[in-house]
Design a protein around this ligand. Structure first.
Ligand SMILES: [Zn+2]
Length: 421
């Protein structure tokens, strides 16, 4: 009976989502009214509402006595519990963890972050994250009795490939600690909910694919920051590959005799197009810059050194993306990282390089854009992964609000997804 049980669970979850959706769209309804909206039998509906009530996802608000015509027992009216969290997204960065909690409507109810030292061991990071969740609960009055799933983003490949499970230091001096296998267990035990863990750059790719008005089935995502990471969405699914390394476009070789890369190879895209690599190249050609803002200023002034370095970096990036585009034929290429917004010439040059690299037909040319979500929105990517595992993923609410004093404004819904910190 293994398979029928699995199918039964999926069917039940789909039914639950339909009931929650009906209440979200219509406000309080009686069971009979819900039954008419979602088209479920009385028995099935009664089971589902009993379970949702018991878990605290919905509450009885009143009865229909005042509106009722004729005789008969007044019917209870049910509504979503506005304090009931349904989904949790957690993004562990190298120096901070960000948590976002969403309601049944997929609105972000509350979010917050806490910083840690980049040498902090995972046990400490997990404790800090769980404490943060507790604090958000107390401050915003959110409860987790009906939590449907938790998405967790971690830096670096996940699952951690064999032989790389020890901390190492990258070129910028950051200690990189692969996520322990226990991160999922810690959250699953605390909240008694299913947990998805994945690389946070890959989750950002998924968030980009589904955050617009129309979700994108085929997308290539690449993020430029201290390193260069990537994620691929193919046929609506996030591609992880056989060992969790799919989409690592930052380690495609662009110059076989180039600089050593932290991965052990030489001349990877990351050694040319990461933010530290671009800044180092500017220094080398006589333009000492003090960080990303300085680079953005130099690019805006069309400083010849900045211009040349940026065009070369974005050209290399465009050729690597060109190969990925030839392989996957995505409809969209998204470039993430703060630099993509601060230095628009990068996106322009990638688009120009792609136009030269690909078949000269419109069908071959993806739209090239800077990411909608910021790097601080990693928890939204983790939430996206949980929503994505939900049967009714395709239907998002049109508008969304955020409540809670400790939160940043962010949501996966169209419009709000464009809000930047
Ligand atoms: Zn490399």
């Amino acid at each position: 009976m293994r398979t029928p049980n699995g199918v039964h669970a999926l069917v039940r979850r789909t039914h639950e989502e339909r009931v929650l959706r009906a209440l979200q769209e219509n406000g309080a309804l009686s069971r009979a009214e819900i039954g008419r909206v979602v088209g479920l039998s009385r028995t099935t509906l009664s089971e589902i509402t009993a379970d949702l009530l018991q878990r605290g996802a919905i509450v009885v608000v009143d009865t229909d006595a005042s509106r009722r015509e004729g005789s008969g027992r007044p019917a209870e009216r049910l509504a979503l519990d506005p304090a009931s969290a349904q989904f949790m997204g957690v993004d562990f960065g190298h120096r901070r963890v960000h948590v976002a909690v969403a309601a049944a409507s997929h609105e972000v109810m509350v979010s917050g972050s806490v910083r840690y030292d980049d040498t902090a061991p995972w046990r400490e990071r997990i404790t800090l994250a769980l404490d943060l969740v507790e604090r958000l609960t107390t401050e915003a009055g959110v409860h987790y009795g009906a939590l449907q799933g938790i998405g967790i983003g971690v830096p670096g490949p996940y699952p951690v490939p064999e032989g790389t499970a020890r901390p190492r230091t990258n070129a910028a001096g950051t200690v990189l600690r692969p996520a322990p296998e226990g991160v999922d267990v810690a959250f699953a035990e605390r909240f008694d909910a299913p947990v998805i863990v994945d690389n946070n750059t890959r989750l950002a790719a998924l968030a980009e694919a589904i955050s617009g008005a129309d979700s994108i089935d085929d997308l290539v995502y690449i993020r430029l920051s201290d390193g260069v990471g990537g994620g691929l969405v193919v046929g609506g699914q996030l591609v992880t590959g056989s060992a969790g390394l799919a989409g690592e476009l930052g380690h495609v070789t662009v110059d076989p005799s180039g600089r050593p890369c932290r991965c052990g190879k030489r001349g990877c895209l990351e050694t040319v197009a990461s933010v530290p690599a671009i800044l180092a190249a500017c220094w080398e050609f006589g333009l000492p810059l003090d960080g990303l803002r300085d680079l953005a200023d130099a690019a805006a002034r069309a400083h010849p050194v900045a211009n040349r370095v940026l065009r070369e970096a974005a050209g290399a990036l465009g050729r690597v993306i060109g190969a990925a585009t030839m392989t996957l034929n995505p409809s969209k290429v998204v470039i993430g990282g703060e630099i993509a917004h601060l230095v628009p010439v990068i996106v322009e040059q990638v688009a120009a390089t792609l136009a030269a690299e690909l078949f000269p037909t419109a069908a071959a040319s993806p739209l090239v854009e800077a990411a909608r979500l910021s790097d601080d929105d990693g928890a939204i990517g983790a939430l996206a992964a949980v929503f994505h595992s939900s049967p009714l993923l395709a239907r998002y609410p049109e508008t969304a609000d955020v409540r809670g004093d400790c939160g940043t404004r962010s949501s996966l819904s169209e419009g709000a997804a464009h809000v930047r910190p």
